[in-house]
Design a protein around this ligand. Structure first.
Ligand SMILES: *Cc1c(COP(=O)(O)O)cnc(C)c1O
Length: 246
């Protein structure tokens, strides 16, 4: 518990230092805690230590945690790969879905929200590293996806999200973040109605400072705050395992 408090302070300090390097204000960058596999009570400690935004990868696991933490003040984001049959769970806790990469999910969300008479904020997830294992729309198809999503008035696009290249080479990772920032500019220039391009969600434990230098408005940090996870990340990004309900 002490560790979590300390680690959050350290990450906040590193965010502030990265901002300083490029003349940005720390208030321009939101820290989203990536809490997959983290038990509800440890998440509670993080919230008491000043964390305000949580990002979860698995809709059912997240919903259980959300219920366990009822009464705590927190904003919940969905940051994992979203399958159409899990949309109903994600909509029960998430105020922002960061990982929209295909229209089928949007259609499903729209069906539900039409009935509930409300809307939700989303980010479009872009595959900026061209790694086949990674989810996200290919940069070449982003504009087409944005145009399609814009037709659904229950779904409000707020910006873009990406997972950078898994590389210790920061300059290679930086290329991914630059690309995302460029894509945001391109989309802004199109001035599509119902599409707002303010948010850039990029940067994780290994690369959030680089992401901030390239304009991130949200960084998603897990390991640097909660320590190593038990499962490899592929577990959270593997469609097959998820559809088997594991
Ligand atoms: C797990 C995860 C993170 C955080 O990764 P760390 O390296 O632990 O900071 C960020 N974004 C997404 C989408 C994730 O799944």
């Amino acid at each position: 518990m002490e560790d979590i408090v300390h680690n959050i302070r350290v990450v906040q300090h590193r965010i502030a230092e990265a901002c300083k390097r490029v003349g940005r204000q720390p208030s321009e960058v939101r820290l989203v805690l990536a809490t997959k596999t983290v038990q509800a009570e440890r998440v509670r400690s993080a919230l008491h230590a000043g964390a305000t935004v949580l990002g979860e990868n698995k809709a059912q696991e997240a919903l259980a945690k959300y219920k366990a933490l009822e009464g705590e003040k927190a904003e919940w984001h969905f940051i994992g790969h979203l399958q159409t049959n899990k949309v109903k769970y994600a909509l029960q806790f998430a105020s922002l879905i960061q990982s929209i990469d295909r229209i089928e999910v949007v259609q499903k969300i729209d069906q539900r929200l039409q009935k509930e008479g409300r809307s939700i904020d989303v980010l479009l997830q872009v595959n900026t590293s061209s790694e086949p294992s990674k989810f996200g729309v290919h940069p070449d198809n982003l504009v087409a996806l944005a145009r399609e999503v814009a037709r659904y008035d229950t779904v409000r696009v707020r910006g873009l999200m990406t997972i950078g290249l898994f590389s210790a080479e920061q300059e290679q990772v930086r290329t991914c973040f630059r690309l995302l920032a460029q894509l945001r500019q391109q989309l802004r220039a199109l001035e599509l109605s119902n599409i707002c391009m303010d948010a850039l969600s990029m940067g994780m434990s290994g690369d959030f400072e680089t992401a901030i230098e390239e304009g991130a408005t949200m960084v998603r940090v897990g390991t640097a705050i909660f320590g190593q996870r038990l499962y490899p990340d592929s577990y959270y990004w593997n469609e097959q395992m998820e559809s088997e309900g594991r």
